[in-house]
Design a protein around this ligand. Structure first.
Ligand code: AMP
Ligand code: GLY
Length: 421
């Protein structure tokens, strides 16, 4: 098979690495890819926003399967464009990707179908939102409706902060059109767990659990980022929690989307909070998490292409997933200053130490090749994943590996996975 992967971050490197191991794949392309992905795929310089260009490329190369990594092209309907041209593609259509691209849609869906989540109200006028805040309980959570790179969620301790948050989102439009509508949501507490699941429109097959660290600095301080590190599995995700989620969250979400005429085919990412009242959905994403994919895919024992095909063909009920017993930890090496201002273009040294090792994976998030050298090319630069017989060992291995890689403004959190030791 000829396969095309769309995207160029750490998540897509993890997908590409796993897809390249499939016995079914004879040629792998990635657009736009990066310097790490180049080792397992031919990188094609077409941006993820150019849906016509990408689908024409797939036609011209007779691509048998295209896999879409990031949220933006899914929300913009790239799957619909590919399907219209008769191409086989893995990911939700625009009308299903809305489960991530509109928090108002997701919250209304959960309310309508009794899927556990925090209480909320939706607003499209700032005056009405501010009026509502006068009689609210604090802390309270304010969320921009649309995609905002994980930054559109503000936790407000009191009325004044909440009013400022509404103005930032709805009046100043800090997140652009994503802030035309907002959700004001009850503040809930508990450990957070991410579960990614394969979906074929009817059936849903959850993968092993993972946990992200979203804040830039140790002890969950600093700004929200795309994710600074992950571990898998999460010790909080017990069999009892899994049973509850299967019964009241995962399958009901699939059924709800089908009932709405929005059959969900692709990866559903369920962000959960395990509260005293039971698990609740914090958010849905319509794709693999980044850097959740970097700890879940190295533990997956199945042929990933076979599972993608089962999803597209509506045959997921015939698939059994299996995961390695080993635990995985991924530490993100970032450019100092991320997620705000940072420099890039520095040479990365030490990568060769890791070639051909099964228990270490250096997934490139933002790198580029220049005259034989590999340079930093963004905020999150590399994801250093290590396996170990348990989380403690995986964590020790991951941090040992980070010491072998060097670039000028290298920055990382030092406490990824520490809380569960
Ligand atoms: P989201 O993008 O909706 O997952 O929100 C980003 C982060 O904000 C989550 O990972 C939580 O840490 C926090 N958060 C979101 N919603 C709530 C809530 N209702 N109560 C407490 N924290 C929340
Ligand atoms: N790591 C969180 C996300 O991918 O949205």
């Amino acid at each position: 098979m000829k396969v095309l992967i769309i995207g160029g971050g750490g998540r897509e490197h993890a997908i590409a690495w796993k897809v390249a191991k499939s016995s079914k794949v004879e040629k792998l392309y990635c657009a736009p890819g990066n310097a790490g992905i180049e080792e397992c795929a031919e990188c094609i310089d077409i941006p993820v926003t150019n849906h016509e260009g990408l689908s024409d490329f797939a036609l011209s190369k007779k691509i048998d399967l295209t896999i879409v990594g990031p949220d933006d092209p899914l929300a913009d309907g790239i799957v619909d464009v590919f399907e219209k041209k008769g191409l086989r593609v893995f990911g939700p259509r625009k009308n299903a990707a809305i489960i991530e691209s509109s928090k108002v849609f997701a919250k209304n869906l959960m309310k309508k179908y009794n899927i556990p989540s925090a209480d909320y109200e939706a607003f499209d006028m700032s005056e009405k939102a501010i009026e509502y805040l006068r009689s609210s309980k604090y802390p309270i959570v304010i969320k921009a409706d649309g995609l905002a790179l994980g930054k559109g969620v503000l936790i407000c301790m009191n009325y004044d902060e909440a009013v400022r948050a509404v103005e930032t989102i709805m009046v100043d439009k800090q997140f652009g059109l994503a802030g035309n509508r907002i959700i004001i949501e009850e503040f809930i507490k508990g450990p957070e767990v991410s579960v990614l699941a394969f979906c074929d429109g009817t059936h849903i097959l959850p993968m092993t659990s993972a946990q992200d660290h979203k804040r830039a600095k140790d002890n969950d301080q600093g700004l929200n980022t795309g994710g600074m590190g992950t571990f898998s599995p999460s010790p909080f995700y017990t069999e009892e929690v899994d049973k509850f989620c299967k019964q009241y969250i995962y399958q009901p979400t699939m059924d709800a989307m089908k009932a709405e005429g929005r059959d969900f085919v692709g990866i559903l990412f369920v962000g959960l909070m395990l509260t005293e009242d039971g698990p609740k959905v914090l958010e849905y994403n319509a794709r693999f998490g980044d850097p959740e994919a970097q700890v879940v895919l190295p533990r997956l024992e199945n042929d990933l292409v076979e599972v993608f095909e089962a999803c597209i063909d509506g045959k997921l009920h015939e698939t059994l997933l299996s995961f390695e017993e080993k635990a995985a930890v991924c530490v993100i090496l970032a450019s100092d200053g991320y997620p705000e201002h940072y420099e890039k273009g520095f040479e990365i040294q030490g990568l060769e130490t890791f070639s051909n090792t099964e228990d270490y994976h250096i997934f490139h998030a933002a790198t580029k090749k220049d005259q034989g050298k590999i340079l930093t090319n963004g905020g999150r630069v590399l994801g250093v994943t290590a396996l170990g017989s348990n989380l403690k060992e995986a964590r020790a291995n991951a941090y040992k590996a980070t010491e072998k890689i060097y670039f000028t403004n290298k920055y990382m959190r030092t406490d990824i996975g520490k809380s569960i030791e």
